[in-house]
Design a protein. Structure first.
Length: 470
C-alpha cells in the first residue's frame, strides 16, 4: 500500500533508539504515558484540528462502521489526548496534566520523500497551564529529544496570537493577497477565503516569493500575546537554545494560539521535512466540550523522519539483541543439560545469552555464535558431562579452556567484568596462562617466562603485544 511499510527486524534498532530517548525525556520532565485508540469519532478531529485544514479536509481516513458511527483513523495525537483529558475528568487533578505518547498516525498524503500515510509520532502534551515557562520547556524537550540522538536541529519559533489579534491579522493578509491571486497556486487561491494563514507556509515557489512582502503577525499581537511571546523567547535565550524567529511559520492545524514552533534539521532550509512541531492550544479543551477555558501546550516529532536522519548521518545506535554468551551442545544428553543450564542462567543472572538448541551440528552452532559476535561460547559435550566440566571459548582470541561446570556463573561474571574494563585485547592473570595451552589457542610458546601475579595482554591474533608486570 502506498505510503505504508513494514519496519523489519533489522531496522528496529533505530526505532527503538528513538522510542527510548522519548521515554527518557518524558521521564526527565515528568510526562506520563497515555495511549488513546487509533480510531476516534471523526468529530474529535473535525472540530479539534479544523474542518478546513488539509489534515482533515484532504488527508483524513474516515469511514462509517457497521453500527453507523463515523470514525477516523487518527491523523494526529493532540485532539485525541484532549478528548481523553475531558472524558476522564483530568481537570479535577493537579494541573498541568503532562502526558506523552508514541504511535502511528494516518494521513492520506501525496507520496513523496519523508511523507508516509502511516506515520509514527512521539508527542508530549501539557494541559492546564498558561505560564510561558511551559512553552519554553516543551520547546527544550523536543530539542533535547533530537540532541540525545545526535541530530543537530534548529528551532523555528513564531507566535500566531490569540483569536482576537489573529482576526485582525487575517484581514490584513487577505487584503495583501487578494491583489496577487493570479500568482498563487491553486490551493492558495482557495485558501485566501478559508484559511489565509496557510498562504504563508505554502511550499510552492510562486507563493513563497510573495510572502516576503506580506504583513507580519508580530505587528498584530495584542499586549498579552506579545508579553507571553517575549517571555518564551527570554527563556529560550537563557537556556541557550539555537532558535530563529520565523514570522512565516503558521502550522497546519487550527487549534494553535500564541507560541508555535518547528524543528528543522540544521541542513534543512525550507522546513519541507520538519522533524517535529508544536505549540500552544489554549482553546482546544473548550472546543472539544471542556467546561472551563484550559490553556495547554505540546509538540510531536516525526519518528519516520528522525529514523531516516539517523541513517543518513550514519549515527550509531545501540543494538537491541547483542548476546555475550552462546551455549553450544553436542549430543542428546548434552543438549538436555545445556537447556537446563540456559534456563538457570537466564533466571539467575543478567548475562545476555544465546543458543540454537534446535541445531545438532557443533560447527553450525559455532558459526552462529560467531555471527552473533558473542564474547564467549560455552561448549558442552559427552566428555564434559562425564567430567563435570564445560569448555569456555573466547571468541575473539580463539582461546579455549576447561572449567568446572559448577563455576560457570562465577567464571563468566569474572570474564565479562574484565572485558568491560579492558575491552579487547583480553587481560589474563599470569598464573592462568598455563591453562590456556589448548588445541585451539596455544599461546605459551609466545611467552618466554611466565611470572606469577603478572598480567599478560594478549591480542586477538594470540601474539603478546604487551606485558605489564605488577
Ligand atoms: P504536525 O506538524 O502535523 O503536528 O506533525 C508533527 C510531525 O510529524 C511533523 O513535523 C513531521 O515530522 C511528522 N509528520 C507529519 N506528517 C507526516 C507524514 N505524512 N509522514 C511522515 N512524517 C510526518 C502535529 O501532528 C501536532 N499534533 C503537533 C502538536 C502536538 N501540537 C501540539 N501538540
Amino acid at each position: 500500500m502506498t505510503g505504508m511499510r513494514d519496519i523489519l527486524p533489522q531496522d528496529q534498532k533505530h526505532w527503538e533508539a528513538v522510542r527510548s530517548v522519548a521515554k527518557k525525556i518524558a521521564n526527565s520532565y515528568g510526562y506520563q504515558r497515555i495511549d488513546t485508540p487509533i480510531l476516534e469519532d471523526v468529530n474529535v478531529f473535525v472540530r479539534g484540528v479544523g474542518k478546513q485544514t488539509d489534515i482533515v479536509a484532504k488527508e483524513m481516513y474516515s469511514f462509517t462502521d457497521q453500527g453507523g458511527d463515523i470514525l477516523a483513523l487518527r491523523p494526529e495525537g493532540t485532539a485525541a489526548v484532549v478528548r481523553s483529558y475531558i472524558q476522564h475528568g483530568m481537570f479535577n487533578q493537579t494541573q498541568p496534566i503532562k502526558m506523552f505518547y508514541i504511535g502511528p498516525m494516518f494521513r492520506h498524503e501525496k507520496p513523496q520523500s519523508g511523507r508516509y500515510r502511516q506515520l509514527y509520532q512521539l508527542g508530549y502534551e501539557a494541559i492546564g497551564e498558561i505560564n510561558p515557562a511551559l512553552d519554553a520547556q516543551l520547546i527544550l524537550m523536543g530539542y533535547n529529544s533530537l540532541d540525545e540522538l545526535g541530530i543537530e536541529s534548529t528551532i523555528t519559533v513564531n507566535s500566531i496570537g490569540c483569536p482576537d489579534c489573529r482576526n485582525e491579522y487575517k484581514k490584513a493578509l487577505v487584503k495583501y493577497y487578494r491583489g496577487k491571486s493570479k500568482l498563487l497556486c491553486e490551493d492558495c487561491k482557495r485558501r485566501i477565503g478559508s484559511n489565509p494563514l496557510r498562504l504563508l507556509d505554502c511550499k510552492e515557489d510562486g507563493c513563497q516569493n510573495l510572502k516576503d512582502e506580506a504583513p507580519q503577525i508580530l505587528d498584530y499581537l495584542d499586549d498579552g500575546c506579545k508579553d507571553h511571546f517575549m517571555k518564551v523567547v527570554e527563556y529560550l535565550d537563557e537556556l541557550d537554545l539555537p532558535y530563529v524567529l520565523n514570522p512565516y511559520i503558521v502550522r497546519g492545524l487550527d487549534y494553535y494560539t500564541k507560541t508555535i514552533f518547528e524543528y528543522w534539521a540544521v541542513d534543512d532550509t525550507t522546513g519541507k521535512n520538519a522533524l517535529g512541531g508544536g505549540g500552544r492550544y489554549d482553546g482546544l479543551v473548550k472546543v472539544l466540550g471542556g467546561r472551563e477555558e484550559t490553556p495547554a501546550c505540546g509538540l510531536s516529532m516525526g519518528m519516520d523522519r528522525i529514523v531516516s536522519k539517523l541513517r543518513e548521518k550514519e549515527i550509531e545506535v545501540p543494538e537491541i539483541y547483542g548476546p555475550d554468551v552462546f551455549i553450544a551442545q553436542l549430543g542428546e544428553a548434552a543438549k538436555k543439560k545445556a537447556m537446563v543450564l540456559y534456563e538457570s542462567l537466564r533466571k539467575k543472572t543478567d548475562f545476555k545469552l544465546a543458543q540454537a538448541f534446535y541445531k545438532d551440528s557443533l560447527k553450525t552452532q559455532l558459526e552462529l555464535a560467531n555471527k552473533l559476535k558473542v564474547k564467549f561460547t560455552l561448549i558442552l559435550g559427552q566428555k564434559e558431562i562425564g567430567e563435570g566440566t564445560i569448555l569456555i571459548r573466547d571468541m575473539e582470541g580463539g582461546v579455549q579452556e576447561v572449567i568446572d561446570f559448577d563455576k560457570i556463573e562465577a567464571e563468566i561474571s569474572k570474564r565479562l567484568d574484565k572485558y568491560a574494563k579492558n575491552g579487547n585485547p583480553v587481560m589474563i592473570i599470569g598464573e592462568d596462562i598455563t591453562a590456556l595451552n589448548t588445541e585451539n589457542g596455544g599461546i605459551n610458546d609466545e611467552i618466554d617466562e611466565v611470572k606469577e601475579d603478572s598480567k599478560y595482554v594478549i591480542d586477538t591474533g594470540e601474539d603478546i603485544i604487551d606485558i605489564i608486570e605488577d
